[in-house]
Ligand binder design. Structure first.
Ligand code: SF4
Length: 474
């Protein structure tokens, strides 16, 4: 029996290195004991040379970072067992969902995704003056080692301020544009700040809908252990207690005027499941009520992304058009048809990819009965990055395809010359991004020959995404 020591918050690279050494030496799972911290390293003593990579299916490569973040003691042994079996010829192992190892790994991955989502949703910063400098601090108690996984979301959104996130599993500090990780912290005595508490409380009171109160579902989504750092939760008992009175009051007042297109939508809109099962479904539900920018006012509804919650490739367009606004689905109008045709010719299956937009509401100018498309502005793109970032964090695709300049701006937060980067895969904010044009550009070309040539080029651009379906290495 041999011991493999790994750090408690072991990342993918460290595990991969350790696992490669073990596989290279033919050590079966039964011969190994994985431990955390400094109990002794097998590899320093036995195998200093670099071990060759072990080819694994994409599904395994995708699940590894999540399972590693789980706090269960058997996570390393579980992953190694899966790797060992795959390497022994069970290439389709991850597809056998009833297999006890596969089922356990999927359960761990799901718990980690849920914990990350909760960190994004429930972490609250409060402002402190440290050495005369304002620093935003937050205390959060995750169940798993999700700090490193969750932090890019906060870097992206709070890039211009200095902050510190403290957890019992580690700390992350963003100071002057530099991110550093530190040791675990102990729970602060006081975790709230009057001004920001007031802001959250006001927001919560304004958005609380007594008619949709489901206490059990609310507790499932917002576990009580996070309440101490969420000032708005102090309102919950009072709001729950008076929910009945407020519903009666609303009933007496009668229904509000139905929104435009309500009848059409009632016929077309598929029922939203009561209990979303994937983090991206939770986001979709939340985004339905978004009022972060003025675009929600005239539009019919939020048009969130569609596709598998674990898609390898995510396509990002600009914003919903007239038809998408009515149907509530992205890329179903004329540009969507061009997109579908090009995808098929590029050998990509739309049902296997996730399609979304940088901006989730339709921006238009009313002209008589027509609604004329308007390009979203920088502030609208910036506001909607809140959703795009969370959407990508929930799906964690291997490749993002940016369709046009607005998509690039939504992804990177800055204008990017699409013509210069077109047909290339670039790294942007931790994402691999394939840059191409928006399909509506092809509809605007006046010359048929040019349109045909550009369509062919668009197909070739999309075909560059094809290898991202393929297997990868661990
Ligand atoms: S466009 Fe985006 S940010 Fe603006 S209201 Fe709609 S969902 Fe919210």
């Amino acid at each position: 029996m041999q011991t493999v020591a790994l750090p408690r918050d072991c990342d993918e690279a460290a595990f991969r290195e350790a696992a490669r050494h073990c596989v290279a030496q033919g050590l079966s799972p039964e011969e190994l004991v994985f431990v955390t911290d400094e109990i002794g390293s097998l590899f320093d003593a036995v195998a200093p040379a670099k071990a060759p990579p072990v080819p694994v299916p994409r599904a395994f490569a995708k699940i590894v970072p999540d399972v590693l973040c789980h706090s269960a003691d058997d996570r390393f042994a579980l992953l190694y067992r899966l790797l060992w079996r795959i390497n022994a010829g069970e290439r389709d192992l991850l597809e056998r969902v009833a297999d006890p190892d596969v089922e356990r790994a999927a359960r761990y991955a799901k718990a980690v995704a849920r914990d990350t989502y909760r960190m994004h949703a429930f972490l609250r910063f409060t402002e402190r003056l440290i050495d005369g400098k304002p620093i935003f601090v937050a205390w959060f108690e995750p169940l798993h080692h999700v700090l490193r996984r969750a932090v890019p979301f906060f870097v992206d959104r709070f890039r211009n301020m200095d902050w510190l996130i403290a957890t019992p599993m580690g700390t992350a500090a963003w100071n002057g544009g530099v991110l550093t990780f530190g040791p675990p912290a102990t729970r602060p005595a006081e975790a709230s700040d009057a001004v920001l508490d007031e802001l959250w409380t006001t927001y919560y009171r304004a958005t609380f809908n007594p008619a949709r109160l489901r206490v059990k579902a609310m507790l499932a989504q917002m576990p009580k252990r996070h309440w101490p750092t969420m000032p708005e939760t102090a309102l919950v008992p009072e709001l729950v207690q008076h929910a009945g009175d407020r519903v009666e009051e609303m009933e007496e007042r009668g229904p509000d005027k139905p929104p435009r297109f309500a009848e059409v939508l009632a016929e077309r809109r598929p029922a939203t499941p009561d209990t979303p099962t994937e983090p991206v479904d939770v986001l979709r539900r939340e985004a339905e009520g978004c009022t972060l920018c003025p675009l929600h006012g005239p539009a019919t509804q939020t048009v969130f992304g569609k596709g598998p919650a674990d898609a390898a490739i995510v396509f990002v367009g600009e914003q919903p058009g007239d038809q998408e606004d009515l149907e509530g689905r992205p890329f179903v109008g004329p540009a969507g048809q061009v997109f579908d045709r090009a995808l098929a010719q590029a050998g990509l299956d739309r049902s296997r990819v996730y399609v979304t937009n940088a901006v989730k509401h339709f921006k238009f100018l009313p002209r008589g009965k027509r609604r004329i498309h308007q390009k979203p502005g920088t502030s609208e793109i910036r506001s909607c990055r809140f959703w795009l970032g969370r959407e990508l964090a929930a799906i964690r695709p291997r490749l993002v395809v940016a369709l046009g300049a607005t998509a690039m701006q939504g992804l990177t937060g800055r204008p990017v010359a699409v013509t210069k980067e077109r047909g290339r895969i670039i790294e942007a904010d931790g994402l691999s991004v394939l840059v191409t044009v928006h399909p509506s550009y092809l509809l605007r070309l006046p010359d048929a020959d040019l349109a045909e040539a550009e369509f062919g080029r668009f197909v070739r651009d999309l075909a560059l995404a094809k290898p991202w379906y393929a297997e990868t290495s661990s």
